[in-house]
Design a protein around this ligand. Sequence first.
Ligand SMILES: [Zn+2]
Length: 205
Amino acid sequence: MTKEKIAEDDRFLSGSLALDLVNTEMIVRRKKQDLLSSPDDLAQWWQAALVHHPKHEDIVGDGAPMAWTVDLLEEVKEFRQSLRLLCTGLVEDPPITSPDLTMLNQMLALGYQSAQVTPQGKIMVVYHVYDQQKGRILLPIALSALRLLTEGERQRLHKCKNDRCILFFYDTSKGGSRQWCSLGCLNRARSIHHYRQRSIGSRPL
Ligand SMILES: [Zn+2]
C-alpha cells in the first residue's frame, strides 16, 4: 500500500487500533454499514490495520496461517460491541464500572507477556497467546484498548461532532481541539448546516 493510499484511507483515522475496530460500524447515507460483514472482510481489514498500526505488540506466532472463520468474525464483532459501549459510556456518561471491563479483561487473558533476548542482547517484551487464531487478532486490539483507557487522557476521547456520525477518535492534536472523525465528515456537516441556513433564509415571510 502506498503512503497516499494510507493517508486517504478513512477507515483508520481514529488514532487507536481499538477505536478503528469500533469504527468499522459507520453511517453511510443515513444507514448503518458494517465493514466487517464476512470473514473475508475481517481478513482484509486486519491486513490494512496492521499497516496503519505497525507498532502493535509482537505476538509470538506458530507460523500457521490465520483461519478466517465465521466464529472468529462473531467473536471480533462481540468485542467490538463491548468496546463501543465502553467508549460511549466514557464519552457520554462517565464513570464506568467494573462490569463494563469484563469482556476487555477476557480478551486480555488470551495471552501473556514475557521477556525475550534478541540476538543483539537486547531484552524485549513479547506476547504469547494460548489460542493462536483468536489471540493474534483479539489480543493486540485488547492491548490497544487497555492503553487507551489507562494511558490516554479521557477528555481526548470523542465521538464525532456530526450528529449523524457514530465514529470515535482519540484527539492527538496539540491543542486538543479536534471535533470531527474526518475532514469528509466536517465538510458533510457544514454543507448540511449551510443548506439548513439557506432554506430558513429563503422561507417566505
Ligand atoms: Zn464523523
